[in-house]
Design a binder for this molecule. Structure first.
Ligand code: IPM
Ligand code: MN
Length: 360
């Protein structure tokens, strides 16, 4: 059956990186694409960063692929980014997975540390200061936001983190600010409770300020990092230094229905329209989509390898190269066809032996 994917190109470099990512998805599988507007482009068209039609298209698709959202044109009266917050709420997306691995790219971190780093940030999307009410007052003398966290929200996302850890290196680092915030003390208590269900997983706690230092000082020490909405947003951009650039990280937002995939990066208005945006994060988001929503981990691995092989010698300007988005994408396609050919099961024994000689 053909999969249905809602495609929200969004703002800034969103449409450019999605063009590239969709071409990769299309070369792996036949998909039915349903386009819809979100963020700034939706505000321009309808006045609403999440029009009802978009929400319905997303709800009735198998997965959602989003480019980027926001930009300086849409801060008042409603920030474009609210389109994404509303979409997460509407779809009940509560766990944001942000894998960060070393790629074939130079990183500013000490050689050796980044090479062995492989972390998965699991970020709560349901609670925290981004969503709490009351809020308001940006135009007056006193502005207010409310940081609310429920035990149920923490429990749900903590289970996701611990389950992921059991498939990885059995280690969870939970990040909070429990020396100051009540929300963090609740967080820590509930995470400790959930940990009892996973005796094989080692749990440690960190305050966010210490964590932001250690993540760069010793990134190879961490496996799954479990944290709240705001801290996860900040730490995931910081963790991009492990991979070498913010443009190369993907993310998946999971709930009980269709999941949403997007690169971690934002709209990068200074790069928009120039054809030089790095589509790696968007392409790796397609790999996550193939694995988590379309049950094709085999294709996901091949896409990841194709991207990593490509990064060795074809690079966009943000990672020190001169390639355009299109040139990079074409190179990924070429590597993808090689890898897919090498992975195709042969029809008889003789061919199996022959093709395995490629050693891929
Ligand atoms: C991200 C973005 C979003 C977030 C914004 C656009 C709402 O920064 O995906 O990291 O803060 O979650
Ligand atoms: Mn962010």
């Amino acid at each position: 059956m053909t999969a249905t994917v809602a495609v929200l190109r969004g703002d800034g470099i969103g449409p450019e990186v999605l063009e590239s990512a969709l071409s990769i998805l299309g070369s792996c599988l036949q998909v039915r694409v349903r386009e819809a507007k979100v963020g700034g482009e939706a505000i321009d068209a309808t006045g609403d960063p999440l029009p009802e039609e978009t929400a319905e298209i997303c709800q009735s698709s198998q997965a959602i692929l989003l480019g980027a959202i926001g930009g300086p044109r849409w801060v008042q009266p409603i920030p474009a980014a609210h389109g994404l917050l509303k979409l997460r709420q509407r779809l009940g997306l509560y766990a944001n997975l942000r894998p960060v691995r070393h790629l074939n790219l130079p990183t500013p971190l000490r050689e050796g540390l980044a090479r062995h780093a492989d972390v998965l940030i699991v970020r709560d999307l349901a609670g925290g200061v981004y969503l709490g009410e009351p809020r308001g007052g940006a135009d007056g003398d006193v502005a207010t936001n409310t940081w609310t966290q429920t035990a149920d929200q923490v429990r749900r996302v903590a289970h996701v983190a611990f389950r992921q850890a059991t498939r990885r290196r059995n280690r969870v680092t939970s990040v909070d600010k429990a020396n100051l915030l009540e929300t963090s003390r609740l967080w820590r208590r509930v995470v400790d409770e959930v940990a009892r269900d996973y005796p094989a997983v080692f749990l440690e706690h960190r305050h966010v300020d210490a964590m932001s230092f250690e993540l760069i000082q010793a990134p190879h020490r961490f496996d799954v990092i479990l944290t709240d909405n705001l801290f996860g947003d900040i730490l995931s951009d910081e963790a991009a230094l492990i991979a070498g650039a913010i443009g190369v990280l993907p993310s998946a937002s999971l709930g009980d229905g269709p999941a949403l995939y997007k690169p971690v990066h934002g709209p990068a208005p200074d790069l928009a329209g120039r054809g030089i945006a790095n589509p790696t994060g968007a392409i790796l988001a397609v790999a996550m989509l193939l694995e988590h929503s379309l049950n094709r981990p085999d294709l996901a691995r091949i896409v990841e390898s194709a991207v990593n092989v490509t990064l060795r010698d074809v690079r966009t300007p943000d990672v020190g190269g001169k390639a355009t988005t299109r040139e990079f994408t074409e190179a990924v396609h070429r590597n993808l066809s090689w890898l897919r050919w090498a992975h195709t099961p042969a029809e008889d024994e003789t061919e199996t032996t022959a093709s395995s000689e490629w050693g891929v």
